[in-house]
Design a protein around this ligand. Structure first.
Ligand SMILES: NC(=O)c1ccc[n+]([C@@H]2O[C@H](COP(=O)([O-])OP(=O)(O)OC[C@H]3O[C@@H](n4cnc5c(N)ncnc54)[C@H](O)[C@@H]3O)[C@@H](O)[C@H]2O)c1
Length: 334
């Protein structure tokens, strides 16, 4: 099949490499307002260059991967759907929830699949945790802990346009908690701190946050995020039930140093980058998209899923600002 890629920045170039290695993909067409970015991807991965997103959609593509800057997601998703081309779009659907709901309304009624890029759903350990929960192996769940700690903050311009740590980073935790547990979040209480990069505080954002989520079956989920985790990129989940407990990310490259006398675990080099931590998941995610394009599976992460994680991020943002518990129903619109 022939796949188009819109946006060849950090993640777009990575996706171009992954797509070029998938058996299902025969050829690539790329477009980016930065001619240099498009040309570099074309040279590296043997892609054709299209002059614009419109030209790319008219170039006979079977599916399109949107990895453009977040601002451009709504118009590119809608243009592809209106052209009848299945879309994979990186998270988030849009910069604001209002725009995200507008995208949902604009694509309703078109029978064209859209997959949003929450890559943790394709990580083997998260999938095994989900299977264990669904099979009842843990018994009734009581506690979930979800952690995403980055080694260093993104640059000032990225932080300023990101919408804040809950919408940009914790949203991955919110999505994976819903996906693994199969439950919805009803209420949140969030706290945040600023003891790191001054430009994060100046952007009105927190560099470290904690959020307590109550799920609709009474399970408590604790979400921990930071932009300043010197030991590495720490992404984990623990699920505790009445009968058993499981952990995702409890492996040799976990960025934690045990101070137990004689302990030798974890013994590996700590993960230091999300592309390295999730390389296999990104590959599986795009492999799934080729199946969506081929019509052999439905979208494994819909716009509705992405918006639900977005509402949890909205609730946490309000909770932190007003220093109070917030229900998801209070912030949900549209
Ligand atoms: N799922 C994940 O793990 C993950 C990781 C990183 C980034 N992302 C998401 O991917 C998106 C891109 O992030 P990035 O870090 O690669 O950003 P980036 O700034 O490195 O790259 C964005 C690229 O999009 C291009 N672009 C802008 N408008 C465009 C348009 N209309 N058509 C085509 N290209 C356009 C820019 O020229 C740039 O090359 C963001 O939405 C981000 O949230 C997701």
């Amino acid at each position: 099949m022939r796949i188009g890629i819109l946006g060849l920045g950090r993640i777009g170039a990575f996706h171009a490499e992954t797509l070029s290695e998938l058996d299902a993909v025969d050829s690539l067409v790329v477009a980016d307002p930065s001619a240099d970015a498009a040309r570099a991807a074309a040279d590296l991965f043997g892609a054709e260059v299209a002059a614009s997103p419109q030209a790319l959609l008219a170039a006979g593509v079977d599916g399109v991967v949107v990895a453009a800057a977040t601002d451009a997601h709504p118009e590119l998703i809608v243009a592809a759907v209106e052209a009848g081309v299945p879309v994979f779009c990186e998270k988030p659907v849009a910069r604001t929830m209002t725009e995200g709901v507008d995208v949902l309304k604009a694509v309703a009624g078109h029978d064209v699949p859209v997959q949003i890029g929450f890559n943790r759903r394709f990580d083997a350990a998260y999938a095994a945790a989900r299977a264990a929960v669904r099979a009842g192996e843990l018994g009734k769940l009581h506690t979930v802990r979800s952690t995403t700690l980055d080694p260093a903050p993104p640059p000032p311009a990225y932080v300023a346009a990101s919408g804040g740590i809950f919408r940009d980073c914790s949203v991955h935790d919110f999505d994976i908690i819903r996906w693994v547990t199969g439950r919805e979040v009803t209420e949140v209480y969030a706290v945040g701190g600023n003891r790191g990069a001054a430009y994060i505080r100046e952007a009105g954002d927190a560099d470290t946050t904690g959020a307590v989520l109550t799920l609709d079956d009474g399970t408590i989920a604790v979400v921990s995020n930071s932009r300043h985790n010197g030991r590495g990129h720490d992404v984990r989940m623990e699920l505790h039930g009445f009968d058993d407990s499981v952990a995702v990310g409890l492996e040799d490259r976990l960025p934690l140093r045990s101070v137990e006398p004689g302990a030798t675990f974890p013994a590996g080099t700590p993960h230091d980058f999300f592309m390295d931590r999730f390389a296999a998941a990104y590959r599986a995610e795009l492999g799934a998209f080729t199946e969506v394009v081929a019509g052999t599976r439905t979208s494994p992460c819909t716009i509705e899923d992405a918006l639900e994680a977005g509402w949890i991020a909205e609730a946490c943002t309000l909770s932190l600002r007003e220093h109070r518990p917030v229900t998801v129903a209070e912030v949900r619109r549209g």
